[in-house]
Write a protein that binds this ligand. Structure first.
Ligand SMILES: [Zn+2]
Length: 340
């Protein structure tokens, strides 16, 4: 035991886990810490699966907060059709297991549900009667919901937050609410006067929104059409977070973790069908599995050249000695014209 924070020459380097356990104050924690906020189980794997896998593999702390269980989702496998809300209404419980499998695939141990599993119910697509259910996330009091996230932020002390844009990527009420909650919690967590019982104030240095460059998705959908693996091909408007290429500030190369991302997608079997390098949701419309993931920095200072290639670029965070890629060894920045 007897953890010491000084170097002990001659002693074997401690294992990463032991090293983490020996560090109690945030200033002693050497790792990069990433927090992602998502609406439903599966959104994290589609949008950020490669990012999560690569940072986890590099020894960063990755924390996922999912706001609902996705109880309102449709179900793809016929033998599981009885799980839906209009039949057994047990899809939420099932999707906890799917998320558990997905997080195992990308190597993330810290995943939580906002306020605990089932605290906020899936609100359904915009305009459906479920939007008015008092249990649903859409109806949740903003500061109460944000309070649960403030507690996580003050505990984990992430330097980087990944969330959705103000449309939640594509207009689903739970995604819009997840955006509002994430941005509100970012603000409240940094205010020492706000609910000090939730922990010491913490300012998250950088906030990103998950994005998809229009040129990349157009190319991927055209390829999906040629391959013809699914009955149809998604439209650009079906894809969350699509923006003009110039909006992208950060290009994260997760291609080395493509198999982990694909395995995570497969784990969400009630929601996602995978075929090769493509997948489809319950609408049976093909989309490419994109393993270079894209972001827009919306709060905080960019680090280095644009586009950034690391969400932590410019931050003063050192990697543990056991990290596979020491800080500063990031790949050469991609050119602004060619995003992949
Ligand atoms: Zn979703």
């Amino acid at each position: 035991m007897a953890p010491t924070h000084g170097r002990s020459p001659g002693a074997a380097a401690p294992a990463p886990v032991a090293r983490l356990l020996s560090m109690t104050s945030a200033t002693d924690r050497p790792t990069r810490r990433l927090l992602l906020v998502h609406a439903h189980p599966d959104d994290e794997s589609i949008g950020n699966g490669a990012t999560m896998a690569r940072y986890a593999a590099e020894g960063a702390e990755v924390t996922l907060v999912t706001c609902t269980l996705g109880e309102g989702g449709e179900v793809i496998p016929p033998e599981l059709a009885h799980l839906t809300a209009d039949r057994d209404d047990t899809l939420g419980r099932y999707r906890i297991d799917e998320l558990t499998g997905a997080m195992r695939a990308v190597g993330v141990a810290d995943f939580r549900f906002l306020g605990g599993p089932g605290r906020y119910r899936d609100s359904g697509m915009m305009g459906v009667p479920e939007n008015d259910d008092p249990r649903c996330f859409w109806q949740a009091d903003l500061d109460e919901a944000a309070g649960h996230l403030v507690a996580v932020i003050r505990e984990v002390r992430p330097q980087v937050l990944v969330a959705y844009d103000e449309r939640g990527g594509y207009g689903h009420p739970d995604h819009i609410k997840a955006h509002l909650v994430a941005m509100r919690a970012h603000e409240l967590a940094a205010d020492p006067a706000h609910r000090p019982e939730l922990g010491a104030a913490w300012h998250i240095a950088k906030v990103y929104w998950t994005r998809m460059p229009r040129s990349v998705i157009e190319r991927g959908l055209a390829e999906a059409a040629v391959r013809g693996l699914f009955p149809g091909v998604a439209q650009v408007s079906d894809i969350p977070g699509v923006v003009d290429d110039e909006v992208i500030t950060t290009v994260f190369d997760g291609t080395a973790h493509a198999s982990a991302k694909t395995a995570a997608l497969r784990a969400h079997r009630t929601q996602i069908a995978v075929d090769g390098e493509f997948f489809a949701l319950s609408n049976d419309l093909a989309q490419p599995i994109v393993t270079t993931e894209y972001y827009q920095l919306v709060l905080g200072e960019p680090g280095g050249e644009r586009p950034e290639t690391d969400l932590f670029a410019g931050l003063d965070v050192a990697e543990p000695a056991s990290g596979r890629e020491p800080a500063g060894s990031e790949p050469a920045p991609a050119s602004a014209e060619s995003l992949r």
